[in-house]
Design a protein around this ligand. Structure first.
Ligand code: NAP
Length: 314
C-alpha cells in the first residue's frame, strides 16, 4: 500500500552489497518511493543520478526529503547527523551505529529537527517472526537456543570493516538473531555471561557464546563452511517452536507451518518507513544492540587463530 498520493523522493547512500542486493529491488518495486539519487564515493546505479559527496548532495537536492544509509556502521553517524541537521528523514541499516551513545544522539537530533529516524532491523520483518511472536503470547518459554553459524568469506567477502573496531565482528549477523529474540519474547532477558573468540590479528570477535537469564542462550560462529545455520529453537509449556533460515520459516512441534504470502524483509522495511514519515514518527529500538554492548562488556576474551579473507594468506 502506498502512503500518500505521490511517491516520495529518496536517496540511497553507500552503494555496496546490501544496497544492490536488497534496497534497490525493494525501492524499484515500491509505489511509496522514487529513487531520486545515490550518494557513494565510487558506487552508482545505472539510470539514477549519482553523487560522490554527501555535503554536495544535501545542498544540490533539497527536494529529496529522505535518505537511506546503507553504509557500514563506522561512517554512519557522521552521515546521519548531517542528514538530520539538513532536516532529512533518515533510515538506518542495522546495526544503527557503532555505539549506543551515537544512536541516542541521533534520536535526540531527529526529535529536535522534527524529522523521522528509523533504525531498521530487517530480520524482524522475516516471514515467520510475527507468527512466532503471536504464538509465544499464550505460552511460557522454558528455554530458547539461538544457533547462528555462517561463513564470513561467503557473506562478507573482503569486507575488512567487519573486523575493524565498530564493525562488531560476528555480532554483525548475530545482532539479526538478537533483533528477533527481542521482538518475540514476551518478557525481556538480559545477558549473564559470554565468551568471545577474537582472531589474534583482529579487533572484533569471530565467534561468541552468550548466556542470558530465562534459560536463553546463543552461539554465533563465522567459521561455518558447508550448510549454514540461522535457527532459533524454543521449548515452551505447550510444546516447541522453531524459527529456521533467519526467521523465514516456522515449525510448531516439528511441523512446518504454512505462512501467508510475504512481501519480503526489505519491502516491509520501506513500507514501514513510508508510514513513519507520513505520520512524522520515529522508531528506534536499541534492545538488540544493548545485548551486543553487554557481551562486549561482560564477555571473557579468548584468542584464537588469525583470520584472513584469503585462505592462502592465513
Ligand atoms: P559494503 O558493501 O562493504 O559497504 C557499502 C558501501 O558503503 C560501500 O560500497 C562503500 O561505497 C560505502 N563505504 C564503505 N566504507 C565507507 C566509509 N568508511 N565511508 C563512506 N562510505 C563507505 O557493506 P554492506 O555489506 O552493504 O553492509 C552495509 C550495512 O548493511 C552494514 O551495516 C551491514 O550490517 C548491513 N547489512 C549487510 C548485509 C549483507 O548481506 N552484506 C545484509 C543485511 C544488512 P563507496 O566506496 O562507493 O562509498
Amino acid at each position: 500500500m502506498a502512503y500518500g498520493t505521490t511517491s516520495r523522493k529518496i536517496a540511497l547512500v553507500g552503494i555496496g552489497k546490501i544496497a544492490r542486493d536488497q534496497h534497490l529491488p525493494a525501492l524499484q518495486a515500491s509505489d511509496d518511493w522514487d529513487l531520486a539519487a545515490t550518494v557513494s564515493r565510487s558506487g552508482a546505479i545505472e539510470g539514477v543520478e549519482a553523487h560522490d559527496d554527501f555535503d554536495a548532495f544535501l545542498t544540490a537536492r533539497p527536494d529529496v526529503e529522505v535518505v537511506s544509509l546503507c553504509l557500514p556502521p563506522q561512517p554512519r553517524f557522521d552521515y546521519a547527523k548531517k542528514a538530520l541537521l539538513a532536516r532529512r528523514h533518515v533510515m538506518l541499516e542495522k546495526p544503527p551505529g557503532q555505539t549506543l551513545a551515537e544512536v541516542h544522539e541521533l534520536e535526540r537530533l531527529a526529535a529536535k529537527q522534527g524529522v523521522t529516524l528509523y533504525a531498521t532491523w530487517h530480520s524482524r520483518m522475516a516471514a515467520g517472526v510475527a507468527a512466532a511472536k503471536s504464538r509465544l503470547v499464550e505460552r511460557v518459554v522454558q528455554s530458547l537456543r539461538i544457533t547462528w553459524k555462517e561463513d564470513v568469506r561467503k557473506w562478507h567477502p573482503g569486507q575488512e570493516w567487519v573486523f575493524a573496531p565498530g564493525g562488531m565482528g560476528v555480532f554483525d549477523p548475530g545482532i539479526n538473531a538478537l533483533s528477533i529474540l527481542t521482538e518475540i519474547l514476551p518478557e525481556p532477558v538480559h545477558l549473564v555471561s559470554a565468551e568471545l573468540e577474537f582472531p589474534e590479528n583482529r579487533d572484533t570477535p569471530i565467534a561468541a557464546r552468550l548466556e542470558f537469564t530465562g534459560n536463553v542462550g546463543a552461539v554465533f560462529d563465522w567459521r561455518q563452511e558447508g550448510p549454514q545455520t540461522w535457527d532459533i529453537e524454543i521449548e515452551t509449556n505447550k510444546g516447541s517452536i522453531a524459527l529456521r533460515d533467519g526467521g523465514a520459516r516456522i515449525e510448531v512441534d516439528g511441523a512446518e507451518q504454512k505462512l501467508l504470502d510475504h512481501p519480503g524483509e526489505y519491502p516491509s522495511l520501506y513500507a514501514r518507513m513510508a508510514q513513519l514519515v507520513a505520520n512524522r514518527e520515529s522508531e528506534v529500538d536499541l534492545a538488540p544492540m544493548i545485548h551486543v554492548a553487554d557481551a562486549m562488556t561482560l564477555g571473557r576474551r579468548i584468542t584464537v587463530a588469525p583470520f584472513e579473507f584469503d585462505k592462502e594468506t592465513t
